[in-house]
Write a protein that binds this ligand. Structure first.
Ligand SMILES: Cc1cc2nc3c(=O)[nH]c(=O)nc-3n(C[C@H](O)[C@H](O)[C@H](O)COP(=O)(O)OP(=O)(O)OC[C@H]3O[C@@H](n4cnc5c(N)ncnc54)[C@H](O)[C@@H]3O)c2cc1C
Length: 270
């Protein structure tokens, strides 16, 4: 059985919006909130790397309701604030989120979920398969493992529609410099994959892309993973439903990875 990561936790914190930023050439925005409750200073947001929380904006006119789940993309080792990142689309919830004034208090549950690093065994490698905005829990876990100098071997395959959409690249580069157990393989597979010199959607001209250029598939995993890594790793998959379906097929049908070595976090609503 594939491990489920959902549960209900009603406790609400009130966190203050400190900063919001747009990522050029994409519809992605990142938001930083204070980590302690604005009203009760002793209420400090404790969480495990990879967990998510439910944000309640009180949006009355949204057909999907006033709440959305977001992974806490920051690491518990980042003491000052918590980070969430999301695609801003034409829904009342997202429009309200995008236009919040700095200093606004936002209701958020205590983080929950089991999409976290193995807690009692650092010896098994972990393989992250990330699709687009599904990179958020992997930022948290990679930053945590790097700050804590965990011995866990981490290999991430990070797939995006184009180069602009590669989120947290700078942070990941810093982690690679400080963590010899970390390897990241970037691939772009989407609207721009067939162009030889890539003009980004923001109009910027990039040097020719040096990473991979296809969806994550069997050939790519075999190219970068040793037999031991394929046979002993725990595979973490996160992204929109379509990507998860493809990755489940790849891992279970093509590579015969048992369900007990696969953890999945589905980003509903995409
Ligand atoms: C455990 C968990 C963690 C999550 N973490 C994150 C995270 O870190 N970051 C993140 O962004 N999301 C995350 N999500 C998903 C998030 O909760 C929302 O569902 C998602 O961001 C979509 O919200 P929305 O308001 O844009 O669309 P919704 O209102 O939720 O969308 C409803 C439907 O409208 C349609 N729709 C709306 N706008 C568009 C559009 N522009 N193009 C195409 N179809 C559209 C879609 O068919 C969609 O199914 C997470 C979900 C879960 C369960």
């Amino acid at each position: 059985m594939i491990i489920s990561t959902t549960a209900i936790r009603p406790l609400k914190f009130q966190l203050k919006l400190q900063d919001s930023t747009s990522h050029p050439g994409t519809d992605i925005m990142s938001f930083r909130f204070t980590r302690s409750d604005d009203q009760q200073r002793n209420q400090y947001l404790n969480y495990k790397a990879g967990q998510y929380a439910v944000v309640d904006l009180g949006t009355k006119e949204d057909p999907e309701g006033p709440m959305r789940s977001f992974t806490v993309a920051s690491s518990p080792t980042e003491e000052e604030c918590i980070l969430i990142s999301t695609r801003i689309r034409d829904t009342p919830f997202k429009k309200k989120l995008a236009n919040l004034d700095l200093g606004t208090l936002v209701k958020i549950t205590a983080p929950l979920g089991n999409f976290v690093l193995p807690e009692d065994d650092n010896s098994k490698p972990v393989i992250f398969l990330s699709g687009g905005i599904g990179v958020t829990p992997f930022r948290s876990m990679i930053k945590y493992a790097t700050d804590k100098q965990l011995p866990t071997r981490i290999i991430m395959f990070n797939s995006n529609r184009n180069e602009n959409n590669i989120l947290y690249k700078k942070e990941f580069d810093e982690c690679i410099n400080g963590n010899r157990n970390l390897k990241i393989i970037y691939t772009i597979a989407g609207e721009e994959q067939d162009r030889t010199s890539s003009h980004s959607s923001s109009g910027t001209v990039h040097d020719e892309w040096k990473g991979e250029r296809s969806f994550i598939d069997k050939a790519m995993l075999i190219k970068y993973l040793t037999e031991d890594e394929l046979n002993n790793s725990i595979f973490y998959v996160c992204g929109p439903p379509g990507m998860l379906k493809g990755m489940q097929k790849l891992l279970q049908d093509d590579l015969h990875i048992p369900e007990g070595r696969i953890k999945i976090e589905e980003f509903t609503g995409y």
